[in-house]
Design a protein around this ligand. Structure first.
Ligand code: IPM
Ligand code: MG
Length: 367
């Protein structure tokens, strides 16, 4: 089997704990299934800052660019609250997204049957939920210039962030959303704030034009992003694919995550454009949740989103669809069996540790 390279960036907080569970699965697949994954590991976030004063080193950046796929844990924590803005832990993640040109962020929110009682919403609202948020990831207010704080000299300061989108950026993310929809429920809802933002006006125009030109077999609707957030908690099952910009996508995907019972459940894939010659895409896979410094090192973190992110890696980077589905099924089977990490614990279930959850998922995967 051809060699498949994966660059691991466990990061900070619970990142290393949940990553080591997936590492054990990778070793298992190499030994038992001849998967031929070759892994290398680097530092990102606060741990990279501690080692060399940067949120990710140039050397690790090069390895990320050269790998077939990057698996990312989480970054940040109170320890680095006061480090300079340019080298704060999050800067490592943002550099990876920008330098690898990972413009398409896929965030599926699936409510596992066993967890419909863990959501803060009524079970009938979330049972069977399966939506996909397609978030633009390399543009908008995250990267727009100017981005400054200026001292006005009169005791006042002025802060500026710039929301900026060009046609091609909206076209390509809309294209991803429509393609994804065709393989699912065939519906796309585009969210922006065209009632107050010029970038929202352009977003709406370009999504509409892209739809008309190439994807008019897909059902398209538009919502203002605030109303979209409201509809997500009112009746989320009305959605199939949601396409939105970088900042709205950040917020709406946290909302969507919580519908599924816990932030600890949601994976994501960040993809670049297919290479013109090989068709391969640069890709990074990460759980949507953060580094959870409050529970780091206690062995109680939920590794499911990390496993589910690896399942997305198997699907999108290695076209290992059967293995990806097997892993997703293993997660569901383990949840059905009634074991839970603390964040998704409920009456009548058995609470287990990170490692026990990892073992259970690997066992179900090999069964
Ligand atoms: C996310 C995170 C990041 C973001 C942070 C860590 C920079 O919240 O991936 O959703 O805002 O994009
Ligand atoms: Mg976020």
């Amino acid at each position: 089997m051809t060699e498949r390279s994966i660059f691991l960036l466990p990061g900070d907080g619970i990142g290393p704990e949940i990553m080591s569970e997936v590492k054990a699965l990778i070793s298992h697949m190499n030994e038992k299934d001849g998967a031929n994954f070759k892994t290398d590991e680097g530092l990102v976030g606060g741990s990279a800052y501690d080692a060399h004063g940067q949120a990710i080193s140039d050397g690790d950046m090069e390895k990320a660019l050269a790998a077939d796929a990057v698996l990312f844990g989480a970054v940040g924590g109170p320890k680095w609250d006061d480090v300079p803005y340019d080298v704060r832990p999050e800067a490592g993640l943002l550099r990876l997204r920008k330098d690898m040109a990972l413009f398409a962020n896929l965030r599926p929110a699936i409510c596992y049957p066993a967890l419909s009682n863990s959501s803060s919403l009524r079970p009938e609202v979330v049972e069977g939920l399966d939506i996909l948020i397609v978030r633009e990831l390399t543009g908008g207010v995250y990267f727009g210039e100017p981005k400054t704080i200026t001292d006005l000299g009169n005791g006042q300061k002025r802060a500026i962030d710039t929301q900026v989108y060009e046609t091609y950026e909206i076209e390509r993310i809309a294209g991803v959303a429509f393609e994804m929809a065709r393989a699912r429920g065939n519906k796309v809802c585009s969210m922006e704030k065209r009632n107050v933002m010029k970038s929202g006006v352009l977003w709406n125009d370009v999504v509409t034009a892209t739809h008309k030109a190439k994807y008019d077999d897909v059902e398209l609707s538009h919502m203002l992003a605030d109303a979209g957030g409201m509809q997500l908690v009112r009746w989320p099952k009305q959605f199939d694919v949601i396409v939105t910009d970088n900042l709205f996508g950040d917020m709406l995907s946290d909302v969507a995550a919580m519908l599924t019972g816990s932030l600890g459940m949601l994976p994501s894939a960040s993809l670049g454009a297919p290479d013109e010659k090989t068709g391969a895409r640069k890709a990074l896979y990460e759980p949507v949740h953060g580094s959870a410094p409050d529970i780091a090192g206690k062995g109680i973190a939920n590794p499911i989103a990390m496993f589910a992110s690896f399942a997305m890696c198997l699907r999108y980077s290695f076209n290992m669809i059967a293995e990806s589905e097997r892993l997703e099924k293993a997660i569901a089977t383990v949840l059905d069996s009634g074991v839970r990490t603390g964040d998704i614990m409920s009456d009548g279930c058995t609470q287990i540790t990170t490692t026990q959850m990892g073992e259970a998922i690997r066992k179900a995967y090999s069964a």
